[in-house]
Design a protein around this ligand. Sequence first.
Ligand code: T3D
Length: 260
Amino acid sequence: MNEPVIYALENGVATITLNRPEVLNALDEPLLRKLTLDVARAADDEAVRALIVTGAGRGFSAGADLGASNTGSGAVDLGERLRTRYHPLILAMRNMPKPIISAVNGVAAGAGMSIALAADVVLASTSAVFLQAFTRIGLLPDAGSTYFLPRYVGEMRARALVMIAEKLPAADAERIGLVWKVLPDEELLPYAQQLAAHLATMPTKAYALAKQALNASLGNDLGEQLETEARLQREAGLTEDFQEGVAAFRAKRAPDFKGR
Ligand code: T3D
């Protein structure tokens, strides 16, 4: 049987590929379990300095597996399912101390869209579409979509995306701020790899601290956020990479960051 998620590591970049292409990488328990483990593995491995999440085949992920063996046919407590299957994954992605790029290679629907949006940089292929599929089947958005959407695209667009629940083409997703960059289909993965390789040469610890600051800003007032920046900048100021960055600037040479 194929692995539901493939993990690969090359030159400081881990690539996690959702691998159930026959069902557009729909999310069942084995896939979510392996995906969560692989995100933790990338977080813990010092050799990993950037992460790409993408999908095998023509989809990124069609969201929860709607097959009879998974959901929708019986009295499943979906609240508990979210807590056990999805929340550890979404939190692990947001708290990951390294940059995550989602390379959305096709449809990202339901919780598949939530996973794509949990990355730091969202790239999409021209043929990708985003779909808040939840209300189409009688659910509300979950796995972080109600958190990410208003913050990324504003209240009005978030509400329309959720309620109208139509496929949003990649170009429109880029226009409203859900996607950083759209690329021709065949260029998506090469571009994601090139960007991740670049991020892997940058000061990884500063990225981790920047992510902490950005995460905290969403619940802070200005005074609290200034203090958060000061506390985290103190840590950044103690890193080898900060010394190297300044030394390289003064010597007019390229920095050699070690991620420490
Ligand atoms: O239980 C929990 O985990 C609770 C959490 C819920 C969170 C959620 O994510 S709820 C939202 C669940 N997802 C959906 O409602 C999306 C369902 N899929 C679609 O609407 C469409 O498939 C797409 C718009 C995503 C893509 O359409 P299209 O025309 O490109 O492809 P298709 O022909 O519909 O799908 C291709 C195959 O994938 C097909 O199988 P077949 O007929 O060739 O054997 C289809 O049944 C299968 N597939 C697509 N989505 C799912 C799926 N199989 C299982 N689960 C799916 N979500």
